[in-house]
Design a protein around this ligand. Sequence first.
Ligand code: PGA
Length: 255
Amino acid sequence: MRRPVLAANWKMHKTVAESVAFARDFLPRVKDADAVDVILAPPATALSRLGEELAGSAVGLSAQNVHAAEKGAFTGEVAVGMLADVGCKYAIVGHSERRTLFGETSAQVSEKAAALLAGGLLPIVCVGESLEEREADRTLEVIARQVRESLADVPDERGPDVIVAYEPIWAIGTGRTATPEIAQEVHAALRGNLAERFGDAAERIRIQYGGSVKPDNVADLMAQPDIDGALVGGASLEPESFARIVHFEREGGSQ
Ligand code: PGA
């Protein structure tokens, strides 16, 4: 019912040439992946050129961040219209690295998500608890608050256009994946939070899991009823690895 969505978050990796080389290796590997949405999020400098490379393919282009204003005196920032101009269909907002390293707040994330939707792009809104919050048994409360605040400005009828990414901070880049059961527990609660905000439309909202997703654990994660995709950092940097994640149904799970 919900179309799986697999996204590569390259973070601050890859030059323009490296991004083009990735695309040329990767696109033939996923050309038959027509039952899923596939997204590449390169650094801002590679968006334009990678967009040209992806044109004509089913693979979507995503930014890793955006500014909520249309234009103006915001040195170093990029507007929604500028992302659309280079072919972006998506932008990641509120990644935990932006929240913790750059002080981004849920209120800002919410403004960005609304600006993206107004400008014709789809936001990938990230939420996730810290290790300290998990150990204090506050995960579901933290996620509920982040979801409520980060989607506050999203118009009621646009809920299904949002992709939510649940990324426990303790699992990002650490090799420590949440078990499929732990991830499912949070995804199910998160869908309940979305239902409080968007009603029945919450059933159509895709929730990705992120945090040390690899070819060998993706199938078990995707087998969970409320896990609709993956947001992948480290394992998305090599075409072979990310293509295996896109073809998760071919990877053997343990279940
Ligand atoms: P990781 O990163 O796959 O390297 O853990 C995921 C993310 O931060 O989106």
